[in-house]
Design a protein around this ligand. Structure first.
Ligand SMILES: [Zn+2]
Length: 81
């Protein structure tokens, strides 16, 4: 899967690993609550733009699809974001 940089249109290259040091979880679903959900975060892979040097974290498509389903469910259930 190829990505174009949203800032300059350059070619982006996905990082070999999704985390380096402590920079691992960038996002947690706001609809998650309760102790059962503790420790779960959404992991993103950093992509580097070879043209302008921007590094942007992206969530993999399969995980994103699951989050979309949860998001729609939460919104349909009246969750306010
Ligand atoms: Zn760029």
């Amino acid at each position: 899967m190829e990505k174009k940089c949203p800032l300059c249109g350059g070619e982006m290259v996905k990082s070999r690993t999704r985390n380096a040091g402590y920079a691992r979880y960038f996002w947690r679903a706001p609809w998650e609550k309760g102790l059962a959900k503790l420790g779960r975060g959404v992991e993103a892979y950093p992509w580097l733009c070879m043209k302008c040097g921007a590094i942007i974290p992206y969530v993999d498509e399969d995980l994103l699809e699951k989050l979309r389903v949860e998001f729609e469910k939460a919104r349909a259930g009246g969750f306010r974001f």
